[in-house]
Design a protein around this ligand. Structure first.
Ligand code: KE4
Length: 428
């Protein structure tokens, strides 16, 4: 495949956009080479500026669970646009999507819309601090909750890819209130609570980690977090920006059967338009402005186009819940096919999967946390990424990301992906 036009466009972009991208992970710095500029997308396929068709396993980092340009979502946005694009006033549509979302989510009475997953997680932590009157936050090394200061302490995703786990610009004052623990290691959490028994407001966790590659929770891990929060009077925040409306209609809470006090959402919820949200029981949400003293606001929160897209997406997922099983089956098929091929090659590998989230790590150690995720052989990964790309398969351009399958992927697409993988393996 040739990428001449993407290369030209990337040169131009770098003159006027830092790094030529509006989000770092898109710049391919973890895998090298020129980022692919997309012209349009439909179903499971991306069509780049050079006319190449690529099978998409990123799905816009999660939102495109039903495939790109899903008709009901497009129609809803087109129809809504004629009524205006923003009012700064309440609309019935916001109530409708809030009612629909809350009806799908376990343990949640109310939801507040914002404009990104970062904003949702940032607001959720402020709400937890306001509700408990406490200041400390426990997060896990390698988990990513967006780019708000409090989270850029050994964050995952792009922050790890850039080898700068803690970003400049985050003050010592902020960092001191973020306590680190290790994913899947309850002892590391117990130690933090024993050192700070009265001052921890919340634990924030990705119930299935997706920013170190995909790392499912070990049996008992989330249950342990739940009981520690109950024991010490802290809140459990599930960051479901990736898992929400993907692992089940009710996300990880439903799939894994663990109750969160606050949960954050994004991605699928907006149908590809900029939406984040956080939800909790009434008692907690009563602390939020304009009802309570915890301030949070946004000019475009509940934007009508974004709500129209999100409503169409959620409505389809709720009324076609077989999507979730289909996604699981396709992802299992991909996992089993890759496993069978890798077995024949003797390459060290781990494949992690839960539902329609998957990642491949070139290491012989089980990948269960940030430390073990970092042991993966990145040269193999870069070679794998480009080997698949040049054969028409678009994977996340970093070993610290998860695949996100979409419902538009056909049996033929999965078969093509596996035959492409076999082709690449035969070059090893
Ligand atoms: P956004 O602010 O990017 O909408 O959401 C932040 C966020 C919060 N929580 C979790 C679990 C997330 O995965 C994310 C964002 N995910 C990344 C992918 N690793 C978005 C891709 C990007 O940064 O460009």
């Amino acid at each position: 495949m040739q990428y001449q036009r993407s290369s030209t466009l990337f040169q131009a972009a770098q003159n006027v956009i830092p790094g030529g991208v509006n989000s770092p992970v898109r710049a391919f710095q973890a895998v090298g080479g020129t980022p692919i500029f997309v012209d349009h997308a439909k179903g499971a396929y991306l069509y780049d500026e050079d006319g190449n068709r690529l099978i998409d396993y990123i799905s816009s980092w999660g939102p495109m669970i039903l495939g790109h340009a899903f008709e009901p979502v497009i129609a809803a946005v087109k129809e809504r646009a004629d009524k205006g694009t923003s009012y700064g006033m309440p609309t019935e549509l916001e109530t409708q999507i809030a009612e629909l979302a809350v009806s799908m989510l376990p343990n949640m009475d109310q939801i507040r819309m914002v404009n990104s997953g970062t904003e949702a997680c940032m607001s959720a932590v402020r709400l937890a601090r306001g509700f408990t009157g406490r200041e400390k936050l426990i997060k896990f090394a390698g988990c990513y909750h967006g780019h708000s200061d409090a989270f850029l302490i050994q964050a995952g995703s792009g922050a790890v890819t850039f080898g700068a786990p803690s970003s400049p610009g985050v003050t010592k004052g902020t960092a001191k209130d973020t306590l680190l623990a290790d994913y899947n290691d309850l002892e590391s959490v117990v130690r933090q609570f024993e050192q700070h028994p009265e001052t921890i407001a919340a634990i924030i966790v990705e119930p299935v980690a997706g920013n170190m590659g995909c790392i499912p929770p070990k049996a008992g891990f989330l249950e342990g977090l739940r009981s520690l929060c109950d024991q010490y009077g802290a809140l459990l925040i599930f960051d479901e920006v990736m898992t929400g409306f993907r692992l089940a209609p009710g996300g990880a809470q439903e799939r894994l059967g663990i109750r969160a006090d606050i949960a954050t959402y994004g991605k699928v919820l907006g149908g590809g338009l900029p939406v984040g949200a956080f939800a909790a029981r009434k008692e907690i949400m009563a602390q939020l402005a304009p009802l309570g003293p915890v301030y949070q606001a946004g000019t475009l929160s509940g934007n009508p186009l974004a709500m129209a897209a999100g409503y169409a997406m959620l409505h389809h997922l709720q009324s076609h819940s077989d999507v979730f099983d289909r996604l699981d089956r396709k992802c299992a098929q991909l996992e089993e096919g890759m496993q069978a091929l890798l077995e024949t090659k003797g390459l060290p590998y781990q494949i992690n999967r839960l539902g329609s989230m998957l990642s491949l790590h070139f290491t012989d150690q089980p990948v269960v946390d940030f430390k073990t995720a970092a042991l993966g052989n990145n040269d193999h990964f870069k070679n794998y990424f480009h080997g698949m790309l040049e054969r028409g398969v678009y994977l996340p351009p970093s070993a610290f990301e998860s695949y996100f399958l979409n419902d538009a992927l056909s049996e033929e697409d999965i078969a093509f992906t596996l035959s492409t993988f076999e082709d690449w393996l035969n070059t090893k």
